[in-house]
Design a protein around this ligand. Structure first.
Ligand code: HSE
Length: 436
């Protein structure tokens, strides 16, 4: 049978990895897919560079639409990124009857509903394993491996840049700014790292996982997003003394009231495996009713790890493209007419526990006032740590861990504590998840 023909839109880090791994493992991949998979066209603005990667046997063009217009191309792989031209090209490829593979989390988290509807109408597949946690097959796990289960929650370290920064801050006691500069100098962080450090990249990925786990539409606009820019190394140190590590987690939970979808720094017990995921590695923990807890770990970025996910999608499409579209795996795991309308909860309705750090005057009665406010707001304290005031210091740090409470109550309590004349600086609040 003639090989499946693939056109790459963009041949940067992931595109060149895809080309290389497809070539290197050609025979093995063909034995799995049932037929060959060949990149026969590449579109890239830098034609000379693209040619130097793919050689003379692959047609290189500078206009992506030439790939979409080519009737011989079966699958279009979108590796451009962003929601501008990438969205247009994906929709045009679908309209032209091509299957699409994409690593574009931003595009799917924001415009997924429109894209999946277009693909459903046209009877083509849109596959996106590479969009979440790079090489970790988490989409496959959630959509197929765990299909027997009612998923209760998932929590993931799904941004390598921020996990690298947090690991360095903890290991070396450095500040956020220092580590970020170092990471940029080493090429670990983008020149403009905003999407990573502000939690947006993780929220795109959490949004996609949430949709697949709970059968709800992708709703990035409803996600709560908080990055790591305000984290101080002293909080990492205090957390450690209390038996916790701070990680940037993407969390989605099913509750009776609706779905929680949030990204924020989070205290996690040091003894959990996920708390020990260090450097740029990614991991996703899933709690489901039949299987219990499962954990998926691996490289969340990089040329060949991401290519591994892209090629897994190419193989899936190769195996399934002749199947009746209604018998294929649904894009978001649940059949399109069986999606749930469970609401994504506003952050004020989220229930979690908290780490609070208060800079307080070292005077009689301060602790009583603070704990009194928590008691009046019905917030139960789990642990208290007070730093011994340094010589000549008239203030100290009070660290409080609470039990679960609804975020609206915690907002009230913090606002009230902040009014105390003995609370000398803005209160630091970091959410905490036991993940048990
Ligand atoms: N910028 C991402 C990260 C990789 O740091 O994990 C691509 O999603």
């Amino acid at each position: 049978m003639k090989p499946i023909q693939v056109g790459l839109l963009g041949i940067g880090t992931v595109g060149s990895g895809t080309f290389e791994v497809l070539k290197r493992n050609q025979e093995e991949i063909q034995r799995r897919a049932g037929r060959g998979i060949e990149v026969t066209m590449v579109a890239d603005l830098d034609v000379a560079r693209a040619k130097s990667i793919v050689g003379a046997n692959v047609q290189v063009v500078d206009d992506a639409r030439k790939i979409i217009a080519n009737p011989d191309i079966d699958i279009v792989v979108e590796l451009i990124g962003g929601y501008g031209i990438a969205k247009q090209l994906v929709l045009e490829a679908i309209e032209a009857g091509k299957h699409v593979v994409t690593a574009n989390k931003a595009l799917l988290a924001v415009h997924g509903t429109e894209i999946f509807a277009a693909a459903h109408k046209k009877g083509v597949m849109v596959a996106f394993e590479a969009a979440v946690a790079g090489g970790i097959p988490i989409i496959k796990a959630l959509r197929e491996g765990l299909t027997a289960n009612r998923i209760q929650w998932l929590a993931g370290i799904i941004n390598g840049t921020t996990n690298f920064i947090l690991s360095e801050m903890r290991d070396k006691g450095l500040t956020f700014d220092d580590v970020l500069k170092q990471a940029q100098a080493l090429g670990y962080a983008e020149a403009d790292p905003t999407f990573d450090i502000e939690g947006v990249d993780a929220a795109h990925k959490a949004t996609i996982m949430s949709a697949i786990a709970f059968g709800v539409p992708v709703q990035f606009d409803k996600a709560y997003v908080e990055g790591i820019t305000k984290l101080e190394s002293q909080d990492i140190k205090y957390a450690e003394q209390l038996g916790y590590r701070i990680k940037l987690l993407g969390i989605s939970k099913r509750t009776a009231a609706g779905i929680e979808l949030r990204v924020h720094p989070c205290l996690v017990p040091s003894k959990r495996l996920i708390a020990n995921v260090e450097g740029a590695m990614n991991a996703v923990m899933v709690q489901a009713d039949a299987v219990g807890t499962t954990l998926y770990y691996g490289k969340g970025a990089g040329s060949e790890p991401t290519a591994s996910a892209v090629i897994a999608d190419l193989v899936d499409i190769t195996r399934l493209h002749t199947a009746d579209p209604l018998n294929r795996v649904p894009h978001l795991a649940f059949q399109p007419d069986a999606m749930s309308n469970l609401a994504i909860l506003p952050m004020a309705q989220v229930v979690t526990s908290y780490y609070l750090r208060l800079r307080v005057a070292d005077q009689a009665g301060v602790l009583a006032k603070v704990t009194g406010i928590l008691a009046n707001t019905d917030i139960s304290i789990d642990a208290v740590l007070q730093r011994e005031a340094g010589e000549g210091e008239s203030h100290t740090d009070l660290i409080i861990l609470t039990h679960d409470c609804v975020e609206a109550k915690m907002n009230e309590a913090i606002a009230e504590m902040q009014q105390l004349s003995t609370v000398l600086a803005p209160i630091t609040r970091i959410r905490k998840e036991e993940l048990n």
